[in-house]
Design a protein around this ligand. Sequence first.
Ligand code: NAD
Length: 296
Amino acid sequence: MATIGFIGLGNMGGPMARNLLKAGHKVRGYDIFKGSLAPFAKAGGEIASDLTETVKDVEVVITMLPAGEHVRNVYLGEGKIIDSAPRGALLIDCSTIDVQSARGISAAAAASTGQEVVDAPVSGGTVGAENATLTFMCGGSAAGFARAEPILKAMGKTIVHAGAAGNGQAAKICNNMILGISMIAVCEGFVLAEKLGLDAQTLFDISSKSSGQCWSMTTYCPVPGPVPTSPANRDFKPGFTGEMMVKDMRLAQEAAHHAGVSTPLGATAQALYALYCGRGGAEDDFSGIIRLLAGK
Ligand code: NAD
């Protein structure tokens, strides 16, 4: 069992850190928002008062922070962990951030202390974090991945090595760009069906077994009824918020711009989710965009 420093005990990091404790690891946690600390302490976690104390003498550091700027600050800014964590420590960032920052942090650690960094963003949401069923998409060396895998197994079910540093983030944003676009396609199908007098359940029964089948249809159906667990059945309570989808679509567009690739449906989807957020959907589930597309 490892000694782990965990930074960022929010909606995702909180349950993930508790699953590490459940698996028998010794976990020291830190969050600038003090409200996040109580559930972690109650689960047996040790609370640290700053970054340096969090990473002192640990074997592994895990970060689960909102965005690239927070991650860059923690790894490379004042009190940076690439300096304060032990030289042999494995640094795993599970946040969703831009590919360039992930690669920059890995290169900075290699140049400075030689620490191994693995970017390991997740899919599966807060339910996956609670149930330790997350999917981790990992970027880093084969040796770094081999060290990260048994730790990540305590928090997830599917752990995939996507290649060199930054490739975990690349996999995450490509996947979420597909998701964001496919959700809009499914919504448009249901909006059109309603106008054509075709019952939503009937469209689902046919399309979920036909070539329109996809995750947005069969697991996360944006109309109430066909998939009882989807957010459409609880007035689009998230789930995965509109704001989070805008963030991931923006990351995909930045990456596309950087790579000189045209992703016109991704660009349109980003604009539509931004509009949805501006119209009150930021805190609702992203699949609630069906209301915007239906003109409701
Ligand atoms: P969150 O805002 O609930 O948690 C982030 C935590 O980081 C907060 O508690 C915040 O106080 C803390 N924090 C910020 N700066 C800090 C610092 N300098 N030092 C210590 N703590 C700091 O966010 P979340 O929902 O847990 O998401 C975390 C990451 O996971 C994001 O990158 C998000 O895109 C990604 N993600 C979220 C979901 C989801 O469903 N929530 C799903 C997949 C991926």
